[in-house]
Design a protein around this ligand. Structure first.
Ligand SMILES: Nc1nc2c(ncn2[C@@H]2O[C@H](COP(=O)(O)OP(=O)(O)OP(=O)(O)O)[C@@H](O)[C@H]2O)c(=O)[nH]1
Ligand SMILES: [Mg+2]
Length: 250
């Protein structure tokens, strides 16, 4: 149960130590349980709410507090500054004469292409059986409720969540749903999930079956009413809630 133990404690004007002493647990446990209230054992929860002066039925019917999400900060700023500087330096370098040798050396242009690869961010993959909690976990990390969750098999598309700042300029929507022809195939007909294609305007436009706001994902990205739509993958652009930009975008 996602009961807002932290909010109730703050409203009661109590400190974590006070609650910990009353429950005979450590302050650290109080802190951990407040971050993940759904993991508090029922017996302890009942006692906890009594201490805070909250009725169990009231706590259970209260709206679930918004997910906080993580704030990754700006870990790439310095790297990008250096790569941009290097790129500028290469761009300003006078062209070199083409050498007539069997194996020509790499050109400044090759180096610039290589720099683009260094700008790629790592990808985190969440996999698991249906109902494993993949979408729930992604929402918790993002601090959002944009990805549909449910007690039956819910998500029916491979969902790529990308930062809003990585949205190509030609794309104006928060969600793109594409069909399975979007992906290229190898000689045996097996799909190649190439993430670079997500920036390919021509392919995105050609194989997009729906584009729009997050409602589009709730509608076509889940099993149910719209299952006859040939949706295969969804590209979702957003960022964490701590950013003002996202609050405007979502
Ligand atoms: N309280 C709580 N509920 C969870 C947690 N993880 C998953 N759930 C619930 O379990 C159900 C399934 O979670 P989903 O996130 O939809 O699971 P999924 O892995 O995305 O499942 P599919 O999309 O069907 O493949 C939902 O009702 C979630 O609210 C969790 O850590 N805590
Ligand atoms: Mg899911």
């Amino acid at each position: 149960m996602n009961i807002d133990l932290l909010g109730y404690r703050q409203n009661a004007g109590m400190g974590q130590v006070e609650v910990a002493n009353a429950l005979d647990i450590s302050k650290m446990q109080v802190n951990l349980y407040e971050q993940a209230p759904d993991t508090v054992p029922m017996g302890l929860l009942v006692k906890w709410l009594q201490i805070l002066g909250i009725d169990l039925a009231t706590a259970m019917s209260a709206p679930i507090p918004p997910l906080k999400g993580i704030d990754p900060g700006t870990p790439y700023t310095e790297l990008y500054r250096k790569l941009n500087l290097l790129n500028q330096y290469i761009g300003d370098t006078p062209p070199v004469d083409k050498l007539d040798i069997p194996t020509p050396p790499a050109t400044p242009h090759d180096f610039q292409q290589q720099l683009k690869l260094y700008k790629q961010k790592p990808n985190v993959v969440l996999t698991g059986g249906f109902d494993a909690g993949k979408s729930h976990m992604a929402n918790a990390l993002l601090g959002s409720k944009n990805l549909p969750v449910g007690y039956q098999p819910a998500t029916r598309v491979i969902t790529f969540v990308r930062h809003i700042e990585d949205r190509p300029k030609w794309c104006k929507e928060d969600v793109l749903i594409v069909n399975e022809d979007f992906w290229l195939k190898d000689e045996k007909g097996k799909q190649i999930i190439d993430l670079l294609l997500l920036d390919d305007q021509e392919r995105c436009e050609k194989y997009c079956v729906h584009a729009g706001s997050f409602d589009t994902l709730q509608k076509y990205g889940v099993h149910g009413e719209y299952e006859d739509i040939a949706a295969h993958a969804a590209v979702v652009y957003r960022t964490h809630l701590t950013s003002k930009k996202v609050q405007q975008a979502s």
